[in-house]
Design a protein around this ligand. Structure first.
Ligand SMILES: [Zn+2]
Length: 107
């Protein structure tokens, strides 16, 4: 499995978890090249833009998924992707989500 950062990281000072790090086209290329080595792709995604791009590109799993919502779940289901997001939010993930929301204009 190859993991890519489809969104910025929450504790990172150089990027934003709401920002999409790769276009769908770029992610598709990553998935294609990983497939040449018989590997799947997992995507680190916090913000929704990254979450929505990953399954569209053929990414197998969404890691974290802090802003996973019904629309994103439907897109993942349609694409056959899964998520490693815990079923119950821990205090850590709740804190991360609050931090992401604080960086989202209009949230
Ligand atoms: Zn990650």
């Amino acid at each position: 499995m190859i993991k890519v950062c489809a969104s910025g990281g929450v504790p990172s000072v150089i990027d934003d978890p709401n920002h999409q790090e790769f276009t769908v086209r770029e992610l598709r290329t990553i998935v294609e090249v990983a497939g040449l080595a018989e590997r799947g792709v997992a995507a680190h995604c916090h913000g929704k833009a990254g979450i929505m791009a990953a399954p569209e590109a053929g990414v197998l799993t969404i890691e974290h998924g802090s802003h996973l919502d019904d629309e994103a779940c439907a897109a993942m289901s349609e694409a056959g992707s899964t998520s490693t997001r815990p079923r119950r939010r821990s205090s850590v993930s709740t804190e991360l989500s609050a931090r992401i929301r604080s960086r989202t204009p209009g949230a």
